[in-house]
Design a protein around this ligand. Sequence first.
Ligand SMILES: [Zn+2]
Ligand SMILES: [Zn+2]
Length: 81
Amino acid sequence: MGICDFCGNNYEKTFEVRSGGKTFTFDCLECAAHAIAPECEHCGCLIIGHGVESGGRYFCCEHCERAVRQSAVSDEPVLET
Ligand SMILES: [Zn+2]
Ligand SMILES: [Zn+2]
């Protein structure tokens, strides 16, 4: 029995997640993902898989990481094929 730290739902099957030295209580994985998972700096989606970390920034995939790196190097738009 606990209360979800993200949505406030009082639920009997909550679970705890430790992240960054803090313990959070959630009622479902979706709430845990929204509260803890980093967002991709390129497309903004939640990173609930392994993701890509590059220079302290988080991306959902290598494609997003490359796109941001390339746009930082040149002002040319990244062409999608
Ligand atoms: Zn919740
Ligand atoms: Zn992305």
